[in-house]
Design a protein around this ligand. Structure first.
Ligand SMILES: Nc1ncnc2c1ncn2[C@@H]1O[C@H](COP(=O)(O)OP(=O)(O)OP(=O)(O)O)[C@@H](O)[C@H]1O
Length: 602
């Protein structure tokens, strides 16, 4: 592995010149001799990733910041360095000092459009996914990610050829060549219209993207999240990735999922992030309109088309011109209307009810259903040809009970929203109450959770919501032993194992409110609490409980050891009986990152 820090090598693999020279390694060389540029200012993560990718057969050149990689690429762009020094793929973090990964990705995509970039981020929200894809990134990897998945993604990127069939380094030509004047970075270069100007850095006067140190996710405040879609689970990351990829395309999308999983919210996000965002987003629920009115509602009608049609009226299709029409509960659409819809999808035109002239429209259709459309097709209730047309891209939304790790952040968000709505202070959920909420089945999904939070804001008496404050449907689900356990309100913060601990400069731990795993509430006897937790998890049908519990167990011990050693990793490793490498790996796996002053822990 070779590391660069603003043209200077960081450690042993220091090259003799400022040319990026791959280190000699005794690892087996890649069958395609591919080179990865790895950009991250986190030394521990860089080491782990570089080892992983080298083990996977890649030549890895590491940079501590995007600025250094940009300098190398710009040299190639200006033909001051040979084009065969281009990497086959770049993996970059987003938040780094000097130059952020998104600006860098944007610049690379403009000047080296065939060079794939994969973006890593600790901000696993929809905005990060959207921003990454908008810069032309091949893929985005929300942290924490599985190392094997990262290797698979990097190889996919290497084999990805946007415009050519055969991959050779020569195909990754810069988009802008020597006509770009080296010393005039602001000069526009034809014909692309792009410039070879460096992406924004903290030294420019232009507005820059924040380059603050990444911190681990905390529950997004209502204002943080313009799309209002909360979720950090892997299942929601898949949804964010799909929205990021699909938002810019006019393609029809079919969103499926149980009632209350957020289908309309996702449809609206697809619109908000699309080029159609300035045009209308019109949502229509097929189940809520009487069947005999649906055609006129959708396609409009001419004056006199039927009794009561006293004027010509535009339908929803026309109103949505240039924008998006969201057809909710499409499975409830009458068969005759399905035929008309199919024609619009095929020809982009329709007739108003009673009309003779075709009306042309440019409308993106997003449909949704909680029903099994395949089954409806088999029963003859849904047109097969329409099903295939709608089903080109299917976006399934997971039920809430399969992503319980999202519940704390969602609950916190809804408690805040309910407080605002009721014009009152936000109430906090006691960990035991949250534990009950995380174990609940939520047949009504996110909508039901939202309603419970509103109910609690109105009905719970104190500032902290205790188990006994929960509504009857949740209380009925609580195992008796949990109800009998004492829940001192003052123990709320200290008793919950912090999910993604930030170790502050005093070596103490700030607990977050979100957890990738259900929180474990420590009672006087931890084994007893563990037993209660296991019993409850099994009762709610969970499997792999050892896999859920073990990381929490390790997290507690690791955090205690780091606190005891004042943050010194080698000492902490000794206290735990681990080697230093194991400790570094565990820190990554468990998302334990010092909140400040990274070096303090080395
Ligand atoms: N991930 C999420 N983050 C924040 N709010 C959410 C999320 N998912 C759903 N909601 C909220 O839950 C409620 C129900 O969502 P929505 O109406 O989009 O669900 P739906 O699947 O379309 O339901 P239905 O099938 O009953 O029409 C809305 O108030 C929505 O804002």
């Amino acid at each position: 592995m070779t590391e660069y820090n603003d043209n200077r090598a960081l450690h042993d693999h220091q090259p003799s010149s400022d040319q990026p020279i791959p280190a000699q390694t005794d690892k087996p060389s890649s069958p395609i001799a591919a080179t990865l540029w790895l950009i991250d200012d986190d030394a521990a993560l860089r080491l782990i990733l570089a080892d992983t990718f080298e083990d996977a057969g890649l030549t890895v050149i590491s940079f501590t910041q995007a600025q250094a990689a940009w300098t190398r690429l710009n040299d190639i762009l200006q033909q001051q360095a040979p084009a065969d020094q281009l990497p086959d793929v770049i993996l970059t973090d987003i938040r780094m000092p000097m130059m952020d990964g998104l600006s860098f990705s944007d610049w690379v995509h403009q000047h080296f459009p065939q060079l794939p970039i994969v973006i890593m981020t600790a901000h696993s929200d929809l905005s990060s996914a959207i921003s990454s894809y908008q810069t032309g990134a091949f893929e985005y990897l929300p942290k924490p990610f599985d190392l094997d998945d990262a290797v698979t993604t990097i190889y996919k990127a290497i084999h990805y050829q946007p415009h050519t069939d055969v991959k050779t380094k020569n195909t990754r030509k810069p988009a802008v060549k020597s006509d770009a004047t080296p010393n005039e970075p602001n000069k526009p270069t034809e014909p692309t219209g792009h410039t070879n100007q460096a992406p924004k850095t903290s030294s420019t006067t232009a507005p820059i993207k924040p380059a603050a140190k990444e911190t681990f996710p905390t529950p997004p405040a209502a204002t943080d999240n313009p799309s209002g879609i909360i979720g950090q689970s892997q299942a929601m990351q898949t949804v964010f990735r799909a929205i990021g990829r699909l938002a810019h395309s006019p393609i029809t999308v079919l969103i499926t999922g149980e009632s209350g999983t957020g289908k309309e919210l996702v449809a609206s996000a697809l619109h908000q992030h699309s080029p159609r965002r300035q045009q209308p987003f019109i949502a229509l629920n097929m189940a809520a309109i009487p069947h005999d009115l649906i055609e006129s509602e959708l396609f409009g009608h001419e004056k006199g088309a039927f009794t009561g049609a006293t004027t010509t009226r535009q339908g929803r299709f026309e109103q949505a011109t240039g924008g998006t029409l969201f057809l909710d509960e499409i499975g409830d659409m009458p068969f005759s209307t399905q035929t008309r819809l199919l024609r619009v999808l095929a020809n982009g035109e329709f007739y108003r009810v009673g009309g003779q002239q075709p009306v042309k429209v440019d409308v993106r259709i997003i449909a949704a259903t909680h029903q099994n459309l395949e089954a409806l097709v088999k029963q003859g209730k849904f047109r097969e040809d329409l099903f295939y047309r709608l089903n080109v891209i299917r976006l399934p939304l997971p039920p809430l009970r399969t992503r319980r790790e999202d519940i704390p952040a969602l609950a916190s968000y809804f408690m805040q929203r309910a407080a605002k709505q009721m014009n009152t202070a936000k109430k906090h959920l006691h960990p035991a109450a949250l534990q009950v909420m995380q174990a609940f089945e939520w047949r009504g999904n996110v909508r039901q959770l939202e309603n419970v939070c509103l109910w609690l804001t109105v009905m719970a008496t104190g500032d902290t919501v205790m188990v006994e404050d929960l509504p009857p449907e949740l209380l009925d689900s609580v195992p008796a032993d949990i109800m009998q356990q004492p829940q001192p309100a003052h123990a709320a913060r200290s008793s919950q194992i912090p999910p993604q601990n930030d170790i502050n400069t005093q070596g103490s731990i700030d607990s977050g409110a979100t957890s990738p795993n259900p929180p474990i509430t420590m009672q006087t006897d931890w084994q007893q609490a563990l037993a209660a937790w296991a019993k409850q998890a099994l009762q709610t049908g969970e499997t792999d409980i050892l896999q859920t519990a073990m990381p929490e167990f390790e997290r507690v011990l690791l955090t205690a050891a780091l606190n005891h050693s004042g943050g010194k990793k080698i000492a902490a490793a000794h206290l735990l009986g681990w080697g230093r490498n194991t400790l570094t790996r565990k820190l990554q796996q468990l998302n334990l990152t010092p909140a400040q002053d990274q070096n303090k822990y080395h």
